[in-house]
Design a protein. Sequence first.
Length: 467
Amino acid sequence: MTPVSSTGVSGTGGAARPGMLTLEELRLAVGAGEIDTVVLALTDMQGRLQGKRLSAEFFLAEVAHEFSEGCNYLLAVDVDMNTVGGYEISSWERGYGDFVLRPDMATLRRVPWHPATALVLADLVWLDGAPVLESPRQILRGQVSRLAERDLVGLAGTELEFVVFTDSYEQAAARNYAGLSPANGYNVDYSILGTSRIEPLLRRIRNGMSGAGMYVESAKGECNLGQHEIAFRYADVLTTCDNHSIYKTGAKEIAAQEGMSITFMAKPNQREGNSCHIHLSLRSSEGGPVLAGDGPAGLSKLGEHFVAGQLAAMREFTLLYAPNVNSYKRYVPGSFAPTAVRWGVDNRTCAIRLVGHGHSLRAENRTPGGDVNPYLAVAGMIAAGLHGIDNELPLEPGVEGNAYADTSLRVPHTLRDALELWEKSELAQAAFGPDVQRHYANYARVELAAYDAAVTDWELRRGFERL
């Protein structure tokens, strides 16, 4: 298997993926009338794409070699885009000024599901040129640099599940998201017949992503009603997270065009939640495997330390893997979402599942849900692995049976628990810096304050008449 680099070109110097564009190819496409719009996007704290649609003419003349600007509140709002307090980088007191969106031309690509459109992702810097440290893409870049200092490269793949409803987003909102119609009426896990019911939508998404430079591997049904997963080829960690964010937005846009809706909520109902299993492996800078060896489970000494680091940092970094109140409702015994901070070889009851062998040997983190910000989660896994490697942490024996029976060391039960662990974490401060630690602690506090203030349907049903 050949990794794909963040330039969209195969790691052995092959041709760019179909759909990826060079600046000159964009100029030619604009001149031929094939492209008239360029989306310039950043990834916010929630993992969403935010930005502008620019005329292609203006992008080529002014932005491609320079930058655009956007309000710095984009990294200091809640999920409803409300301005909230507690952020040091953006506030009423600071005047809600701008930061710079500097296009990363290695991410330039076509967007087939929108006519005559291209997209490029931006890195965020301040007006003086200093990087915005709290930006998710910058946080991941920081961990990639730490790997490079040790002559290591990270490769990752994300498995993102979603539930499809035949209701449009507007219809779902008008119904207060109750009584919606899932696209499948029964469990279609691995079912060819069941998945064929919405194959037109799944095919549009797959082909759209292929046309946007991504390497699609497969699609399959999952356990919840209307639940599906589309899998992509692994790549270097930055490319994987870029593709993840574009895919997540694109899938929603395509579903909306079809009069349907998709949710990536971690736990949209009482059935199985939406997971986002993240696979991470390390290679040497020359491309050789470093996790594999002659030790237990086929691990090298470095590989043992790497896995041990995942476990050692799991509870303190859970805020990066499960960022919302709803995230924690996935962690139910017997649900294929983990509860015990344990590892095992090909064991889906553990938080860390060891998969593959040789070049393909990798750690699968089963803690994140579909609502995860991939940049933050992958950055957390890299930092955890380096903590284990740098400190030569010993690896405990793997779990061979049912890890749900292990209650000795648990994944945090609530966002409040995860916040407390994150705020007290010396490891988080050392790996990411105090600015990032405080920034994402405030994100959690904002979510908790909104949740604590809400009167839910459950409370109304339980108490309106009977209490």
